[in-house]
Design a binder for this molecule. Structure first.
Ligand code: BTN
Length: 261
């Protein structure tokens, strides 16, 4: 079912009933020459995509939205969008939960951009980009899948939803808040110039320094303790000898009971 939301000044909303994937739809729109600054949302997604080529199981009632924007920065700098988007989601959820962080004290980020409540996944983010697609420069799509109504079941993973945490909010209200918080982080970011501030914001919303993590990298699983982000947003992991390793890509599992979709 289609729904609507309020957009900040200068942003457009395209609300669709049923799509394969809102990210794919946003890419199509870009290829057709759209100027960007548009949110694409769908009531239903039949081929939702996750990170690392996974499927994003899209149960009815949850939020499936993609923000499409055109940038002048390099593709490498644009990778920071993945981190900013996580900050924007956390802030939007806190906003709709009225009394802020008190309602969902365990709301947190896991690198690069999973939003968790405790160790259960609430929201996944998929950022995709392309050069010179339907216009000059870099085109980016920030896709957000937020479990508003219910968590997908039977995937052998720990997931949760806002409703399961006692927060009953409609998708339109959630998207309205998300569009505002996304604009806020994007303007602070300023295509990379403001990343130091967002790096701090990301770390404030993430787990504690020293938390045991497993990074499933191309080299296989690497265990270590979370030691923050480096100046570019890469994950720093300290091994048992205290040596730091830097990861720019990989799926992270909380060693104490987390899971991954
Ligand atoms: C992840 O693997 O954690 C990322 C999941 C991203 C899912 C969202 S749902 C809206 C947008 N459209 C997609 O096909 N994927 C993203």
């Amino acid at each position: 079912m289609m729904f609507t939301a309020e957009m900040p000044t200068g942003r457009r909303l395209i609300s669709l009933d049923r799509v394969e994937s809102t990210n794919t739809e946003a890419m199509r729109l870009a290829a057709a020459g759209d100027a960007g600054g548009v949110w694409l949302v769908a009531g239903e997604q039949v081929k939702g995509r996750g990170r690392s080529g996974r499927i994003w199981t899209s149960v009815p009632g949850n939020l499936y939205a993609s923000f499409m924007l055109r940038l002048a920065c390099s593709p490498q700098t644009a990778q920071q969008l993945a981190l900013l988007a996580g900050v924007a989601v956390v802030d939007a959820v806190r906003k709709v939960s009225d009394v802020g962080s008190d309602t969902l004290p365990a709301l947190r980020l896991k690198w690069p951009n999973d939003v968790l409540i405790g160790s259960a996944k609430l929201c996944g983010i998929l950022v995709e980009s392309a050069l010179n697609l339907g216009g000059p420069g870099l085109l980016a799509v920030i896709g957000v899948g937020l479990n508003v109504a219910r968590a997908p079941e039977g995937l052998g993973l720990t997931a949760t939803s806002l409703a399961a945490e006692g927060l009953h909010v409609d998708r339109g209200t959630m998207l309205t808040a998300l569009a505002v918080s996304m604009d806020k982080v994007l303007s602070i970011w300023d295509e990379g110039a403001g990343f130091p501030e967002l790096r701090v914001a990301w770390q404030e919303r993430a787990g504690p320094i020293g938390e045991p993590l497993i990074v499933n990298s191309s080299l296989g699983p690497v265990r270590g303790c979370y030691s923050g982000l480096d100046q570019d947003g890469a994950l720093l992991l300290a091994d048992a000898l205290g040596h730091q390793r830097r990861f720019t890509y990989g799926d992270v599992t909380l060693a104490d009971g987390g899971s991954e979709q």
